[in-house]
Design a protein around this ligand. Structure first.
Ligand SMILES: Nc1ncnc2c1ncn2[C@@H]1O[C@H](COP(=O)(O)OP(=O)(O)OP(=O)(O)O)[C@@H](O)[C@H]1O
Length: 396
């Protein structure tokens, strides 16, 4: 039986309206004097979200030091309190990950706050290979389906990344292709920890289990912008002739979506319904990504116009829709179908990393090579220099 987890009172965040520099500022050795936006020069914006953006920057005093700088704007927004909580969670999760060699997150060099402008800043290692969503989109545009070996590699790396993060006592809660990046060697890196939650391990077993959360994502009302979020139309073709927009619909400026947790399309049913949930919610998301990599079709999204509300309803009716999606996307092998059904499953029946590693889908895979990153990635980005951002859609 899974150990029971409860949110730790000692870990519960009690964040005042205006966090002070002492509360938010953090620096890795050598960055103490650089907790100021004026120390950096922006080269390009490579991602923008509902409340922030990610830029590639360089240190003004050094010509070679390139970083990714995430900005989260909290001034003059309705949910400033929640944004602050998310910023502090994100910082804490990244610091915890950076201390653990099995966790694969961008290195956080420093975080600081600009109280005058109302911005949280995270100065991170720049991950040059772009994100998995962009990569999937490029593959579709090039007409190159993923081979089963490629899918096994990426899903296996994700399993190890999730397992390590869960063992630290965190749940990510926003596993989706846009939050999975590819490093210069072709290995996966997990980003965007703003939705993550620290849970308290009651029996100290080191594995995170059932936890109750009251911070359930709120249902938004918009969603048509998801056309840009996805890399495939229902008919298995790239979106018309429009250039790839690698941003999720959360980042679509035309979207009035105001929830924080992100697109619901990869969210576990228990998270969407706001009931008790655990680390297993991240494995549902993994199942949704697996389905998409194999079939090229999104689960629970019928068309680019499917609203966020409809996606939530679809996830609530997941059993019937999963059966339909599986029968529409034949031939799936029995083994592929079995793993998908073990992940897109009721929480009490869903398998975790231990079960996934034993599943016949991964027969022949060398888990220790995946874990220590000696397995050869199927794709290695071609980067001409350490600030090469050609794998990102950018604005200067
Ligand atoms: N360290 C990094 N190196 C390179 N690119 C990054 C890095 N961090 C984030 N990105 C890029 O920026 C995009 C947005 O990052 P992130 O999801 O953290 O921002 P966000 O504002 O929280 O987005 P959302 O509002 O969708 O949650 C990512 O999809 C990725 O492409």
């Amino acid at each position: 039986m899974e150990p029971i987890f409860i949110p730790s009172n000692s870990n519960r965040l009690d964040i005042p309206i205006d966090p002070s520099e002492e509360e938010f500022n953090y620096s890795f050795t050598g960055f103490e004097s650089k907790l100021n936006i004026n120390s950096y020069e922006t080269i390009a914006t490579i991602g923008s979200g509902s409340y922030g953006e990610v830029c590639i920057v360089k240190d003004k005093k050094s010509t070679n030091e390139i970083y990714a700088l995430k900005k989260v704007f909290y001034a003059d927004v309705n949910d400033a309190e929640l944004i602050k909580k998310r910023a502090i969670r994100e910082r804490d999760a990244m610091i915890a990950c950076n201390k653990n060699t099995n966790c694969r997150s961008p290195k956080l060099y420093c975080s600081f706050i600009d109280k005058d402008e109302g911005v949280f800043y995270f100065l991170m290692e720049f991950i040059g290979g772009g994100d998995l969503n962009s990569y999937c989109y490029r593959r579709i545009v090039e007409g190159k389906k993923f081979t089963m070996d490629e899918i096994k590699f990426y899903i296996a790396e994700l399993v190890c990344i999730l397992e390590a993060f869960h063992n630290l006592g965190f749940i990510h809660r926003d596993i989706k292709p846009e939050n999975i990046m590819i490093d210069r060697d072709g290995h996966l890196i997990l980003g965007d920890y703003g939705s993550s939650k620290q849970v308290h391990n009651v029996n100290h077993s080191g594995n995170s289990g059932a936890s109750h959360s009251s911070s359930v994502p709120s249902a938004g009302t918009s969603g048509a912008g998801s056309a840009n979020a996805h890399w495939l139309e229902q008919n298995n073709k790239p979106f018309g002739n429009t250039p790839p927009n690698f941003q999720s619909f959360l980042r679509n400026p035309n979207s009035s979506y105001t929830s924080y947790i992100g697109t619901p399309q990869y969210m576990a049913v228990e998270v969407v319904q706001g009931v008790v949930y655990s680390k297993l919610c991240d494995y549902w998301s993994l199942g949704a990504i697996l389905f998409e990599l194999i079939t090229g079709q999104a689960l629970f999204v019928e068309s680019p116009d499917t609203t966020e509300q409809k996606i939530r309803e679809n996830i609530g009716n997941w059993r019937g829709l999963l059966n339909t999606a599986i029968s529409k996307n034949q031939p799936l092998s029995k083994v592929q179908e079995s793993l998908i059904r073990e992940l897109i499953a009721p929480e009490r029946k869903r398998i975790d990393a231990t079960g996934i590693k034993k599943h016949p889908f991964f027969e022949g895979i060398d888990w220790s090579a995946i874990q220590d990153r000696t397995a050869e990635p199927p794709f290695k980005p071609t980067l001409s220099h350490n600030g090469d951002y050609s794998y990102f859609q950018s604005s200067n």
